[in-house]
Ligand binder design. Structure first.
Ligand SMILES: [Zn+2]
Length: 138
């Protein structure tokens, strides 16, 4: 706070201004001034807003983590038999989602295997062709 007489900065627990010797508690203006009160009010409002924003952010973060973990678990389970078992337990028909997915997974595996086989045969053919060319040359 400030001395009402000379404006010097004084400690709150001081009775008399160390600068001019004025009685700091003589009138009712002692204690927090109007400016100080306004500042305190603004600070409290600011803190409240910050608190609300922080709690909102925390809530959103929690929701995101929650759904993120669910999605992660679902992705991990996807394609495995566990999902269809859980669906069966829950009484949800898996006729649409379950078999289709397994079929697609099997198809994908088959395509990959075919690709690998094709690559292998190609490699073999090229190597044999190269060997033949070498033997012709040699
Ligand atoms: Zn003073």
């Amino acid at each position: 706070m400030y001395c009402p007489e000379c404006g010097a900065k004084v400690r709150r627990d001081e009775d008399i201004c160390p600068e001019c010797g004025a009685d700091l508690w003589a009138d009712e203006t002692s204690g927090p001034t109007e400016q100080e009160l306004l500042r305190m009010e603004a600070w409290v409002t600011k803190r409240k807003v910050q608190h609300r924003l922080l709690s909102l952010l925390g809530f959103l973060l929690g929701v995101m983590i929650f759904f993120g973990s669910i999605l992660f678990a679902a992705q991990k389970l996807a394609g495995s038999d566990k999902v269809s078992k859980i669906y069966k337990k829950l009484g949800i028909s898996t006729e649409e989602a379950g078999p289709e997915e397994t079929v697609s997974v099997e198809n994908a595996a088959g395509v990959v295997m075919e690709d690998q086989q094709a690559e292998n045969t190609e490699a073999r053919e090229t190597s044999t062709a190269a060997a033949k060319a070498k033997s012709k040359k040699g």
